[in-house]
Write a protein that binds this ligand. Structure first.
Ligand code: DSN
Length: 404
């Protein structure tokens, strides 16, 4: 690369990723194919509009890319093009969620979404997000004793508040969601049912957890988490909502789509439709289970008692260690996690009671159950015994290199 300064920073980041264990559940490692598409000439092109209806000339190849990406998206999630439409242009998850609300819910109306401090996302109506200003959030959380969703409670809340749209989805909830139960609740109050599957899209594509598609009206997802694509997002909706959603994305919120990103998503979707991706998704969940179990064996309290997905929440403060301190100790040794609130947290979001961990990246690197047991012991050793495990981490990383 001609720009030596950026070239060196890329090299430094490559080494950092190679030599550390990334346990952030929303991160992953893309294939060289995805990176080739991202760095391709498609980044040079403006393509406002949709295939066959563009505002600029010269889009015949771009049309093929976007059309192919749509087809692959429907195929990866086993959807009929007669029933489902997909918009592959959202720049990322937040604008995708905003576009759905803007397209379907009148301003000022109610959106029922999971609270941020219970595991939801800012764009599910939190007050510091624009979604909480333009619409009113009806917040829901988890049951205090089980730390899981309580569908009877949710039904009562929906009947009382009459939201226009119910969002299911999470950034820090380790359990499967009963999409059927939520569909029934949405039907009772005549609300749209939207699932934000950003975190677990790859697990749905790989059939490792149940699919939300038989129940939802709209499904949004980022493309860069368990799905292992480039940073971006997609909105799936029932065919009768297609016009409203497309209009909300462009011209409602966005200008020219990032065509290189759409090309990268198309590559990732083809990869996610392969049989090998099923093995990957299954292993991600299995690895998370083993990691949670081993940490429990070492005396850690895991929120909700375990995981059904790719992520787990550890209540580090149950052992007197704040999440921030645990995360810093781990980072110094090359284990990358994030501090996180736990349900009914008594501490502040800046220094919460827990840490959040996930297995998508380690699984992409080829690690399995045996390595998860080792990782659990290293985490324990670092936080409780203040052990230095840097060399052990380096050796493990070397054995499981980052392959693009
Ligand atoms: N920031 C993402 C996560 O880490 O879960 C959600 O947008």
């Amino acid at each position: 690369m001609k720009d030596r300064v950026i070239g060196n920073l890329i090299k430094k980041e490559t080494v950092r990723q190679e030599e550390t264990l990334d346990l952030i559940p929303s991160e992953n490692i893309v294939s060289q194919g995805v990176r080739d598409a991202l760095g391709s000439v498609f980044t040079n092109k403006y393509a406002e509009g949709y295939p066959g209806r563009r505002y600029y000339a010269g889009n015949e190849v771009v049309d093929e890319v976007e059309q192919l990406c749509r087809e692959r998206a429907l195929r990866a999630f086993r959807l009929s093009p007669k029933k489902w439409h997909v918009n592959v242009q959202p720049y990322s998850g937040s604008p995708a969620n905003l576009a759905v609300y803007a397209g379907l819910v009148p301003l000022g109306e109610k959106i029922m979404g999971m609270q941020l401090d219970m595991g939801g996302h800012l764009t599910h109506g939190h007050k510091v997000s624009f979604t909480g200003n333009a619409w009113k959030q009806v917040p829901y959380g988890v049951n205090k004793s089980t730390e899981m969703l309580d569908y009877a409670q949710l039904a009562n809340l929906a009947i009382q508040e009459q939201p226009k749209l119910i969002v299911a989805g999470f950034t820090a909830y380790p359990r499967k969601i009963d999409f059927g139960a939520l569909r029934k609740i949405a039907d009772t109050v005549h609300a749209y049912f939207m699932v934000d599957m950003s975190h677990f899209a790859g697990l749905v594509a790989g059939r490792a957890i149940p699919s939300p598609f038989p129940y939802a009206d709209i499904v949004t997802t980022t493309t860069h988490k368990t799905l292992r694509g480039p940073r971006g997002a997609m909105i799936f909706c029932k065919s009768d909502l297609a016009k409203a959603i497309d209009k909300a994305v462009f011209p409602g919120f966005q200008g020219g789509p990032h065509v290189n990103q759409i090309a990268g998503t198309a590559v990732a979707l083809e990869e996610a439709a392969q049989p090998a991706f099923r093995d990957y998704a299954k292993q991600v969940v299995q690895n998370a289970r083993v990691l949670a179990k081993e940490l429990q064996y070492l005396g850690w309290r895991i929120v909700s008692g375990g995981t059904d997905t790719h992520l787990l929440l550890i209540d580090t403060f149950a052992r007197g260690i704040p999440g921030g301190e645990a995360s810093t100790l781990l980072e110094k040794n090359g284990i990358i996690v994030n501090k996180n609130t736990i349900p009914f947290d008594t501490r502040s979001p800046m220094d919460p009671s827990g840490i959040r961990m996930g297995t998508p990246t380690l699984t992409t690197r080829g690690m399995k159950e045996k390595e998860m047991v080792r990782v659990a012991h290293m985490i324990h050793g670092v936080i409780v015994e203040h052990k230095n495990v840097k060399n052990e981490i380096r050796a493990l990383c070397k054995k499981f290199p980052v392959k693009g």
